[in-house]
Ligand binder design. Structure first.
Ligand code: AMP
Length: 215
């Protein structure tokens, strides 16, 4: 199963992608996670990406396309994958088509999570991310056992620079301008299932699995 999860920041796409990944035993390929780990490791690409990410802008297409191309040829992607946060622009979608064509693969589904912008701001400003392992919590919806401490590795939890309110508004604008057009792009091939991301996590999960023909 090769599937794309589309949705604005805070739509729950990362959470849902992780749950579906565990349930179906196929990897979650998150460009945001890969870029953040490059930032943590201080690689040249990470250093370049950081300023753009902190400001809410997108990283250059060729950089993310390169990362995804390297990832999709790995053996664990053979049975399928969930693309989370990629593609985010039409050129990235074109590059993905070319890459899949080269691997003799086709997309099976595009899940589009729809949410209300103000609710997204509340969801995101409550998010806390572990500095060490990257695990995410939410101060209201999924709090850690101990405030600001990661349940998994004991690392410090922090509010990502790109999760500050002004940056979120900018990211929502970037989504509307550059990523939302991908819904129409994939609708042409009849792959899109739109799902109301304002429902509870379990309900959204059920509807995603139904749309993917896995329930
Ligand atoms: P995410 O965790 O998916 O919300 O991504 C966090 C940030 O990483 C975004 O705001 C962008 O700056 C960058 N990023 C992640 N995926 C992409 C992508 N496909 N294209 C460009 N920038 C990306």
């Amino acid at each position: 199963m090769k599937v794309i999860f589309l949705g604005p920041p805070g739509s729950g796409k990362g959470t849902q992608a992780k749950m579906v990944s565990e349930r179906l035993g196929i990897p979650q390929v998150s460009t945001g996670d890969m870029l953040r780990s490059a930032v943590r490791e201080g690689t040249p690409m990470g250093l370049k990406a950081k300023a753009l990410m902190d400001s809410g802008a997108l990283v250059a297409d060729e950089v993310v396309v390169g990362i995804v191309q390297e990832r999709l040829v790995k053996v664990d992607c053979e049975p399928g994958f969930i693309l989370d946060g990629f593609p985010r622009t039409v050129p990235q979608a074109d590059a993905l088509q070319a890459c899949l064509g080269g691997l003799n693969k086709n997309l099976d589904a595009v899940i589009s999570l729809e949410v209300d912008s103000d609710a997204v701001v509340e969801r995101i400003t409550g998010r806390r991310t572990c500095r060490d392992c990257g695990k995410m919590f939410h101060v209201r919806f999924d709090p850690p056992a101990q405030e600001d401490i990661c349940d998994v590795c004991g690392g410090e939890l922090y509010l990502r620079d790109d999760d500050q309110e002004a940056t979120i508004r900018k990211r929502l604008m970037v989504y509307a301008e550059q990523t939302a057009p991908l819904i129409a792009y994939y609708q042409q091939s009849g792959l899109v299932s739109a799902i109301d991301g304002m429902q509870g996590i379990a309900q959204v999960q059920d509807q995603i699995l139904v749309a993917m023909g896995r329930k």
